[in-house]
Design a protein around this ligand. Structure first.
Ligand SMILES: Nc1ncnc2c1ncn2[C@@H]1O[C@H](COP(=O)(O)OP(=O)(O)O)[C@@H](O)[C@H]1O
Ligand SMILES: [Mg+2]
Length: 261
């Protein structure tokens, strides 16, 4: 069973020179409980592909074609209210910069509890208890103290753990992670990747994992799509793409990774 099917997605931007084809005919599928990776250099259209799935594309952007089926329902033609219900519950996103998903004026515990209350019919004390439970689940040291902290009091790694907790609280079926470790120091990156690996093993989740780093994608993903200039130029099981890349762009991307290693 597949949870997500993207068919010939086209997300363009208006400009005086004519449409900017940011996502230009992208197709891929995510199987239930699998991790699909999108890898490619900066500007290749990875983030816009992710934002298109939840219909949060920036001003000036528009859908020029395609379908996005989530559990067989087309998200591009779904009603706004249905999409609002899906976002943060059945589909959640973790962004590169954890500050963008956390509100500076509320405590961590309050925001997680609010995220729960937005989608679940439970009492405030029960939501607070669940929020605390999720802080433990993402291995926050001293969760009772962090619960009452404001985001600016926390390190980047802790904030990203909290963003991940927020993305999990409503038992999503699909989690989209857009460069979840790119903004972090290398040692913290490794810890967050360990956490994500643990979550993938423990939870019944499907994931779209986006990174410009082939090494990370190779570690995290069952299948991978290589993006270049708004298109997926090569796609397949991660091992197959790694071991016998077919497209010149994939080969050059892999060579640059090897040169760094
Ligand atoms: N707000 C915007 N307005 C106009 N063009 C944009 C905007 N955001 C992105 N783009 C275009 O879309 C392309 C893909 O962007 P993006 O999806 O963010 O790439 P990636 O995540 O792979 O780095 C960019 O190269 C740019 O041309
Ligand atoms: Mg991006």
């Amino acid at each position: 069973m597949k949870i997500l099917q993207v068919d010939d997605l086209k997300t363009y931007f208006r400009s005086r020179q004519g449409p900017v084809r940011a996502v230009d005919g992208v197709s891929f599928e995510i199987e239930n409980n699998k991790v699909f990776g999108l890898v490619g250099e900066s500007g290749s259209g990875k983030t816009l592909t992710a934002l298109s799935i939840v219909r949060l594309i920036p001003e000036g952007g528009y859908f020029a074609g395609g379908r996005i089926l989530f559990n067989e329902k087309d998200l591009l033609t779904a009603e706004d209210k249905d999409l609002r219900k899906l976002r943060g519950s059945k589909i959640s996103i973790v962004f590169q910069d954890p500050s963008s998903s956390l509100n500076p004026v509320f405590t961590v515990g309050y925001q997680i509890a609010e995220a729960i209350l937005a989608h679940q019919d439970i009492s405030h004390p029960a939501a607070a208890e669940l929020a605390l439970e999720f802080l433990r689940r993402v291995h926050i040291a001293d969760p009772k103290r962090i619960f009452h902290d404001y985001p600016h009091q926390l390190s980047g790694g802790t904030k990203q753990r909290i963003s991940i907790a927020m993305a999990l609280v409503n038992s999503p079926e699909l989690v989209i992670l857009d460069e979840p470790t790119t903004a972090l120091d290398v040692t913290i990156q490794a810890q967050i990747l360990d956490l994500l690996t643990e979550i993938i093993e423990k939870e019944k989740l499907s994931m779209l994992f986006i990174s410009h780093d082939f090494g990370i994608v190779a570690r995290m993903c069952d299948e991978v799509g290589v993006m270049y200039k708004g298109k997926i130029v090569e796609r397949g099981p991660t091992r197959q793409v790694l071991n016998s890349p077919k497209e010149p762009y994939t080969i050059s991307l892999l060579e640059s990774v090897k040169a760094l290693a």
